[in-house]
Design a protein around this ligand. Structure first.
Ligand code: PGA
Length: 259
């Protein structure tokens, strides 16, 4: 059975002191909530990674970053390498978020280079894919998502897929309050699992975690997570409040899915 993985993407929110308060509240809540079926990841801004790592140490909560540079080191002012992320306790890194693609011009080729660099450095990529509203309305969602998945994993060896997560995040649902219906999410998640199967074989595909992201909140998490191929969530807005984030974790823990 696949675990559920619930990750909080704090984006460009929280100062250091806000991040410490939020991490403590999440840790405190999870210490009181036995979670057998759910793994939790928090992805604070770079400047808070080290302090949040201290807070979540030995709690079972994993640490993730929101981006990584595709080179090892050098004259890339303002960038952060995979080795740097590892050195402050990161286990995961979000790669190719639609905001990076849209505002910073990240391409599938760059996303692919980042995925490979993360894997080389023992970081687990959370690779984001998803169509825009225009692409959905034109009926090309599956084409767009398939191109992004194939692009991100081009040349990645089958055994390395086990270390990765894909987050399906329809761009029109991110931060808008609009959520994909459970059926819309399931349809795309199933396509993604098929692509993983083609690239890495059935066994790895069956264990592969595919998260949904885009206005997931306590009220809709249970229905989304009840779908057979929805294995967790990448949560933006609702992860900035410990109670709503914990309520999503609780929804995952208590969903009736059995797959
Ligand atoms: P949202 O963001 O939950 O605020 O829609 C999700 C994401 O962008 O990862």
């Amino acid at each position: 059975m696949r675990p559920f993985i619930i990750a909080g993407n704090w984006k460009m929110n929280t100062t250091l002191s806000d991040a410490v308060v939020l991490a403590r509240a999440i840790r405190g809540g999870l210490d009181d909530m036995p979670t057998d079926r759910v793994r939790v990841i928090v992805c604070p801004p770079f400047v808070s990674l080290s302090s949040v790592h201290e807070i979540i140490r030995d709690s079972g909560i994993a640490l993730g970053a929101q981006n990584v540079h595709e080179r090892d080191r050098g004259a890339y002012t303002g960038e952060i390498s995979a080795a740097m992320l590892g050195s402050v306790g990161c286990e995961y890194v979000i790669i190719g978020h639609s905001e990076r693609r849209k505002y910073f011009g990240e391409t599938d080729v760059q996303v692919n280079a980042k995925v490979k660099k993360a894997l080389e450095n023992e970081l687990r990529p959370i690779v984001c894919v998803g169509e825009s509203l225009d692409e959905r309305e034109r009926g090309i969602t599956v084409d767009v998502v398939s191109r992004q998945v194939r692009g991100a994993f081009d040349g990645v060896e089958a055994h390395n897929f086990q270390k990765c997560i894909i987050a399906y995040e329809p761009v029109w649902a991110i931060g808008t309050g609009k959520t994909a219906t459970p059926q819309q999410a399931q349809e795309v998640h199933k396509v993604i699992r098929g692509l993983v199967r083609d690239a890495a074989g059935n066994e790895i595909a069956e264990r592969f975690v595919i998260q949904y992201g885009g206005s997931m909140k306590p009220e809709n998490a249970g229905d989304l997570l009840g779908q057979p191929d929805v294995d967790g969530g990448l949560i933006g807005g609702a992860s900035l409040n410990a109670d709503s984030f914990l309520a999503i974790v609780q929804a995952a823990e208590s969903t009736g899915r059995n797959g």
